[in-house]
Ligand binder design. Sequence first.
Ligand code: SF4
Length: 512
Amino acid sequence: MKGTLQLINNSEYAVCAQILRLFFGHCSREGDSLVFPLSAEQIAGTTDGVSITVSSDYMVDSEELTALRYGTTLVEDLPNAKARIEINLRAERLLKSSCQTNLSDFRRNLKRELYLVLSTWTGISFPWGSLTGVRPTQICAEIMELCGREEAVKILTDEWGLSQDKAELGTKVGKAEKGIISRYDPDKDYVVYCGLPFCPTRCRYCSFTTRDANRYADKLELYVEAMLEEAGQFFGRQSGKAAAVYFGGGTPTSLPADLFAYYTKGLLELIPHNADAELTMEAGRPDTLNDEILNLIKDAGFGRLCINPQTMHDSSLNAIGRKHTAADTLAAYELARKTGSFIINMDLIYGLPGEKPGDFLSSLERVLDLAPENITLHSLALKQSARLMDDMSGHDLQTYLREIHPDLLLEQELNEAYMRLQHNSYPPYYLYKQKRSRGALENTGFSKPGYESTYNVLMMSDRFTVIGLGSGATSKFLTASGLVRQHNSKDLLDYINRVPEFVNKKLELKSF
Ligand code: SF4
């Protein structure tokens, strides 16, 4: 038996689908309804299925809501700027929710009301409550600005359904992000992302369009030339200097040394950047670092380096398809410290398949022993396109739901990790969420004070222009009608062949 959700006087299917997927794993559009699967428990005792109705008291136009979000329409210009959302769930028992909302907050409040009804009905409370978006800290910061931190925590727990821990974390990080953002001017500061979609092997959890650097050896040069062409054509026709440049991918350090030198120096010469711009090299795979590559990174002027162990357990590394060991991470870290005075970030993932309780914390302890300036903790995301999902293909929906629903043990382990980071003087400074993450948990960046990554915060904020170069890269432009995204092709050859077209799209959108 399936459940259905129908909308009356509005067509906010995408918003409702986000909440339905949170609780039920899947949902699809069938005619005017959203249809979602129900467990045996959820349908027990019902005779005529489960139906949810989401209605507003007059027709709410989706385009108007989008325009409001981007500030092209004033709420005051709209007749009936207040709307009433009524949501009711008809099942074994009737649950009702109703709220009066300003149109500019319509989507948020609709999502919140639907979340609260479903949370009551299913008995499931997610750590971040109704904040299912990528940047929950923005809402936390907005509420905090209106009423202070203490009251914001109360509102976030009582009205938005966040757990006490997440409301406190969200407000703390929201404040830290705001502090970093306030140092930059969205009208003139921008950041640049350079993506090189090649890696030595493919991690089983990877959802990027990254390719095996060895198998594509004959395309590497062609690709690097295309990126130089994209950078040259775009930056040759715009003014302003980048505040931060991030070389990611993929793994840029998987290039052969001579091509790596050509790539990094070539791009940095073409990308205008401030003398004190933050330059980051993501050397995600420790086994791609050696003396020669590290010296090239230093000589090119990079001050930041990411060396990502993900876990310090060799059996886990093997299981997730990373062909390096914890010893490789230690050796790469030591070599990097000897080579230059880099600010080093190290990523760890919690919720990895096969890891026992305590494994993640012991990885964190080993990373803390190294004392990198930044540590980033990621929740494992179960992306459709990741090979990891093949491992789950024999499993049913309930198995998948167990992975993405709240996981008390994982949350306890994460809280312990946060306490240890705090104890070692690493406050959290940026945070984002991914869909389909284990336990519906977050990714959080921690930093020794004064070493926070500007790029991470500005890029994630959606308040600054981001120029994305390379196959699969996304640029974000702040335009009069709001934030507009431009996507480069994910197909390698298609990208190489269409560079002038992607440059022209960027030039049309740029505002500086
Ligand atoms: S290192 Fe990153 S980009 Fe490369 S395969 Fe692993 S997850 Fe994907």
